[in-house]
Design a protein around this ligand. Structure first.
Ligand code: C2O
Ligand code: CU
Ligand code: CU
Length: 446
């Protein structure tokens, strides 16, 4: 991965999508999946996909309790779908592989938001094509706000001190086009790019003028697992996981995020000096950098954020096990590869269930870590609470709502959830090349 030489472009801030309905209780949005070109490299055009633009999409911001209608138009030459990752809605509105939108057609889901403030996202989920469509640029963030997110004493001015960071790695051909030619190595690990993009710009920089800034980080990569840290050992505080705020801020020196996972963090730049450049790094490469211009408005962090009611374990009526197996083109869950005609699990509406997810895919001699990958487990239509990771209480930043969690070989993660919406939903590995190869199943609720 190329390292930044210091001369960087500035971080693009995505637009907030305009609500087209004047009624304050109803929000109406328009999204268009389209072809475009973008200059990732000066003077060079790359063919891309985007929503309402040339790469990625606008941020859809809604409130808990609000009625939401979205029109999604497909202007691509291929079918697509739009899935609301992390959103709790009926199966028909979920945008999984069953809700195909053909070229030229419009899909009009509507739902009522019924979950706490959180940073979710949306992306295509077309059978066998999810990886390619996301890679070319189809993804965007989906914010839910509520009274808690309004009133907490945390940075919440969008684009000022509340900044989205969509982190992706991409591979380009020698003529600067996206290189999504999947070889055997890519089938093993998922595609790993050598160019890091944040909000669609290569290793950008952001000027910081406040002491504390909130970053909403999405690992929007197809396959890369990041282990984020800041240069100069600067600490940061995680305040939210996939499905909402944690009970209290968790001080971290590094943060592991697998594909599909989100974390909201607050960085305390009061520890830096004006003129400093602080790098956000992962492993041995730079992701982006922060240039400290001035610092004011030093707010203390609240010690308590929200109260998360634990789902009582005794309420669970069913226990299920999911085991990640195989590798490369043979990846499976419980020995089965995805089949759209087969329903893998039947759940009762409103059931509370305990799911145990294991990864028994073992390393292959001679291939080093290649055959030995962690798989991020994700399920649609609900948010989990992690009960145990390898028999232990999970780490503090995994004690909130999660819809995606990483399971390394030999690990066992035990989670609990309620299934409040009827319909057909997916569960899968969020390494998109694994999902597309068949590491996915479906469950019917009700
Ligand atoms: Cu983010 Cu089934 O996906
Ligand atoms: Cu999802
Ligand atoms: Cu996987």
């Amino acid at each position: 991965i190329g390292n930044n030489e210091g001369d960087t472009n500035s971080l693009p801030i995505p637009k907030l999508l305009k609500d087209r309905n004047p009624d304050p209780d109803v929000a109406e949005f328009y999204l268009e999946a389209q072809h475009a070109t973008k200059e990732f490299f000066t003077g060079e055009k790359t063919n891309t996909y985007g929503y309402n633009g040339n790469y990625l999409g606008p941020i859809i911001q809604v409130r808990n309790g609000e009625k939401v209608k979205i029109k999604v138009k497909n202007e691509l030459d291929d079918p697509t779908t739009v899935h609301w990752h992390g959103l709790e809605v009926p199966g028909e509105m979920d945008g999984g592989p069953h809700q195909e939108i053909y070229p030229g057609q419009t899909w009009e889901p509507n739902f009522t938001i019924n979950q706490p403030a959180a940073t979710l996202w949306y992306h295509p989920h077309l059978l066998h094509k999810t990886g390619e469509q996301v890679f070319k640029g189809l993804a965007g963030l989906f914010y839910i706000e509520d009274e808690v997110s309004d009133d907490l004493n945390i940075p919440n001015e969008y684009g000022e001190n509340d900044i989205p960071l969509v982190v992706q790695d991409r591979r380009f051909t020698s003529d600067n086009q996206f290189d999504y030619n999947i070889g055997m190595r890519d089938m093993m690990t998922g595609i790993l790019g050598d160019t890091i993009l944040v909000n669609g710009a290569i290793q950008p920089s952001l000027e910081i003028s406040e002491a504390k800034v909130r970053f909403r980080i999405l690992n929007g990569s197809n396959a890369r697992i990041y282990n984020f840290y800041l240069s100069d050992d600067m600490p940061f505080y995680q305040i939210a996981s996939d499905g909402g705020f944690l009970e209290s801020p968790v001080k971290l020196s590094n943060l592991e995020l697998s594909p599909g996972e989100r974390a909201e963090v607050i960085v305390d730049f009061s520890k830096a000096d004006i003129g400093d450049q602080i790098e956000l790094r992962s492993d041995d490469f730079e992701v982006m950098r922060f240039k400290v211009k001035s610092k004011n408005n030093n707010i203390d962090l609240p010690q308590e954020l929200v109260k998360i009611n634990k789902i009582p374990e005794e309420q669970a009526t069913v226990k299920r096990s999911f085991d990640f197996q195989g590798m490369g083109p043979m990846v499976s869950i419980n020995g089965k590869q995805f089949n759209m005609e087969r329903i893998d699990e039947h759940l009762d509406l409103n059931a509370t269930e305990i799911w145990e997810v294991t990864n028994s895919a073992s390393g292959m001699g001679g291939m080093g870590r290649m055959g030995n990958v962690g798989h991020p487990f994700h399920a649609h239509g609900t948010q989990f609470q992690i009960l145990e990771r390898n028999g232990q209480t999970p780490p503090p930043n995994e004690r909130g709502w999660k819809d995606t969690f990483l399971v390394y070989p030999g690990e066992k993660v035990k989670v609990i959830a309620q299934f409040k919406y009827p319909g057909m939903f997916m569960y899968h590995c969020h390494i998109l090349e694994h999902e597309d190869a068949g590491m996915m199943g479906q469950f019917q609720v009700g």
